[in-house]
Design a protein around this ligand. Sequence first.
Ligand code: ARG
Length: 268
Amino acid sequence: MPKRFLMCPTTYFDIEYEINPWMHTDNRVDQALALHQWRQIHDTYERIGHIVETLDPVKGLPDLIFTANAALVIDGKVMLSRFRYPERQGETRYNQAWFESNAKRLGITEIRLAEHNFEGEGDALFTGDTIIAGYGFRSEQPAHRELADFFNIKVISVKLVDPYFYHLDTCFSPLSPEAAMFLPNAFDAEGVAAIKKHFKTLIETTPREAAAYGLNAVSDGHNVVMSNMAPTLAKQLKDHGFNPITTPITEFHKSGGAVRCVTLEIRT
Ligand code: ARG
C-alpha cells in the first residue's frame, strides 16, 4: 500500500537557535547539501512507490522542515501540534493552513489543536492499532489522553529520560505492527517493559548508532529509509527480513533530526 507523506523543502533551514543538545548556532547548515539530502529522501519515497506532498517553506521558521512535528494524522483526523518552545510556535498556523486547504482533496475530516504540549509524530508513532507516545521533553503526558480520546485508539505512554533523545522518534521506530527498533537507555524501566510487552520482535541498537540517528527511520513494513551512519543497525534490519535504504542526513543531524523528522505520514 502506498503511503502519503508530507515534506517541506529546506530553503530556509538553518541552526538559528538551540532548543536541543544537538543544535549549535555556530554549526551552520550547508544549504546546498541540505537540499540535496532532502531531495534524496524525497526521491527515495517516490522510487519505492509512495506519494510525497509538500508544504511551502517559510522564511524565519528554520525548523518547519521537520514536518513530523506538525501533527499526528490517522483516519483523516488531524491532531495539530502545540509546540513547547516559542521558537517553533509560529509553525502551527502554516501547518493548520496546509491541512485546511488540502482537507477536501485528501479526505481530512477533522482538525484539532492539542490542548497540551504535543509535537506530532515526533512523539507519537502509530502502528497496527496502537499509538506509542513519548513524553518528558517536548510533549506532555496529558496530551496522550487527548490522543486516545480524539482518535479513539489505545495509547501506550512512555517516558523519555535522555535529553539527547528528546523526541520519541529519535530513540524508537516501529517497523511493522509487530516489530520495532529502539534504544533501551532512552526510556525508564516502565517504558522499556511496555515496549517489550507490545512488540513481538524488538531490535535494540547502541547509543552510538542511535546518536547517528539510525532509529529516526521511516518503515513501510518492508523498506526502512534511514541514516547511512548506523551500519550495524542496517545489518540487523536485513537479518530480520527488512530492506534498509540508507541515505545521508548530516545537515539534519545538526538540528537534532534525520529521515523520520522530515517526514509526516498522512493517513486518510
Ligand atoms: N530542531 C528541531 C527541534 O529541536 C528538530 C526536530 C526534530 N524532529 C523530530 N521529529 N525528532 O525541534
